[in-house]
Design a protein. Structure first.
Length: 366
C-alpha cells in the first residue's frame, strides 16, 4: 500500500510541477508582475527585489519544470525531494499569508490558464505538501527509470528546452494565449456583466482623527465617534466581491473623453500598445511610425494606448517621430492586452484579429 501511494505521489507531484512550470514559462512576464505584487510595500515590503522579478520568475519556473522531470525519472532523488519540500513550504507560507491577510487575489500558480482564489491556492499547496512528505518518508521506493547517463541527458534537455522556451516567448509572444484579449475574442462581449451576476457587498468606512490617531468607523458606528474627532476620509470596503467581467478597466480616454465605444466600431482598427513609454523598447518604438503610415494607406484607424503621462507621451512622440495620438488606459489592463512594450493589436469591430510583438511586425497581415 505504501509503495503504491509513493508511486502515485511521485506521478502526481512530478506532473503537476511540470504543468505548473510550463504554464508560467509560457508567460514569464505575467508571473513576474505577480511577484512584483508580492514584493510591494502592501505585502512583504521588499520593493528592492522588484527590478529582479523577471529573473526570479524565470529561475523559479525553470526549476519547477526540471524538478518535476527529475522526480519522474528518479534522478538525484534525495536532493530532488528536499528541493521540492523547500519550495512547497515557501509557497505554502506565501499563499497562507496572501489568503489570511487578503493581500493578493490570485497567486499566479497556473498563470492565466486557471485562476484560483487565495484559500483555494493554499489548499492546493497543503495537498502538495502532504504528497511531498509521503515521498520524503518513502524515498526507498523511488527507483530510477533509466540508467544514469540517460537520466542526465533528459534532465539537461529539459533545462535547455525550458531556457529556450523562456527566451522565445519573451522575444515574441506566449505560445498559448489564455488572456481575455486573445485572438478571436470580442472585447465588448468580454466587458458585459450578466443581469443575474452576483453583486459586490460594500460597506462605507469613515476615517476620523481621534486624539492624533486615525480610526475607522462604519456607517453603523457614526454615533460612536468621540466628540472633537475630525473627519479625514471616506472609503468603500468590499465585504464580498461580486462578478468581475474578464475585461475591465479597459478605456480609450483622451482629455477626459472616452472614445472606446466609438473606436471599437471600426472594421479596420490598429492599437499601438505601450503601457509605459519610459521603459518601452527603443528599437520597437522606432518601427511604429512607418507601420502607422502603412496601416493608414490600408484604411486602418490607428491609435496609441498607454498609461504614461501627457509629458511622457509628448517626449516619445518627439523622440520617435510619432504622428498618431495616444489614449489613456489602466496599465494593468494594457499588460493584460499584451506583454510586449510596445506591441501591436489588430481589431475588427471589437474582435481581436491579430497580435504581434514589436519584433514580429513584419508578420502583420494588413
Amino acid at each position: 500500500m505504501r509503495q503504491l501511494l509513493t508511486h502515485f505521489s511521485r506521478l502526481f507531484v512530478g506532473v503537476l510541477f511540470i504543468i505548473s512550470g510550463l504554464i508560467k514559462l509560457n508567460d514569464p512576464l505575467g508571473f513576474s508582475y505577480k511577484l512584483v505584487e508580492y514584493f510591494s510595500e502592501a505585502v512583504f515590503n521588499v520593493p528592492f527585489l522588484s527590478p529582479f522579478a523577471l529573473a526570479i520568475a524565470l529561475f523559479l519556473v525553470i526549476l519547477e519544470v526540471v524538478l518535476g522531470v527529475m522526480l519522474l525519472l528518479g534522478y538525484q532523488t534525495k536532493w530532488t525531494i528536499w528541493s521540492l519540500l523547500l519550495l512547497i513550504i515557501v509557497f505554502t507560507f506565501l499563499t497562507f499569508y496572501s489568503a489570511y491577510f487578503d493581500v493578493v487575489k490570485d497567486c499566479g500558480c497556473f498563470g492565466d490558464a486557471l485562476k484560483l482564489k487565495p484559500w483555494e491556492t493554499f489548499g492546493k499547496d497543503i495537498v502538495l505538501l502532504v504528497f511531498i512528505l509521503i515521498l520524503y518518508f518513502n524515498q526507498k521506493w523511488i527507483e530510477p527509470l533509466f540508467g544514469l547517463g540517460t537520466q542526465k541527458v533528459i534532465v539537461l534537455a529539459a533545462f535547455f528546452l525550458s531556457c529556450f522556451m523562456g527566451y522565445w516567448v519573451l522575444n515574441h509572444l506566449p505560445l498559448i494565449d489564455f488572456r481575455p484579449f486573445k485572438v478571436g475574442n470580442n472585447i465588448n462581449e468580454g466587458m458585459v456583466i450578466p443581469d443575474d451576476a452576483p453583486k459586490s457587498v460594500v460597506e462605507m468606512v469613515f476615517i476620523y482623527n481621534v486624539n492624533g490617531e486615525n480610526k475607522e468607523f462604519t456607517d453603523k458606528e457614526l454615533m460612536q465617534i468621540p466628540e472633537g474627532a475630525t473627519f479625514v476620509d471616506r472609503k468603500d470596503k468590499v465585504i464580498k466581491e461580486g462578478y468581475v467581467p474578464p475585461i475591465h478597466d479597459f478605456t480609450m480616454e483622451k482629455d477626459g473623453v472616452e472614445y472606446r465605444d466609438l473606436f471599437l466600431r471600426n472594421e479596420k482598427f490598429m492599437l499601438m500598445v505601450a503601457y509605459d513609454l519610459e521603459i518601452a523598447d527603443a528599437d520597437g518604438m522606432k518601427k511604429l511610425e512607418a507601420l502607422h503610415q502603412k496601416a493608414v494607406k490600408k484604411g486602418y484607424k490607428v491609435i496609441g494606448m498607454t498609461a504614461s503621462s501627457p509629458e511622457q507621451i509628448a517626449k516619445a512622440q518627439k523622440q520617435y517621430g510619432l504622428t498618431f495620438d495616444f489614449y489613456f488606459c489602466d496599465p494593468i489592463a494594457l499588460k493584460t492586452v499584451e506583454r510586449a512594450n510596445p506591441s501591436i493589436v489588430l481589431l475588427s469591430k471589437a474582435v481581436v484579429v491579430q497580435k504581434v510583438h514589436h519584433n514580429d511586425i513584419e508578420d502583420l497581415k494588413l
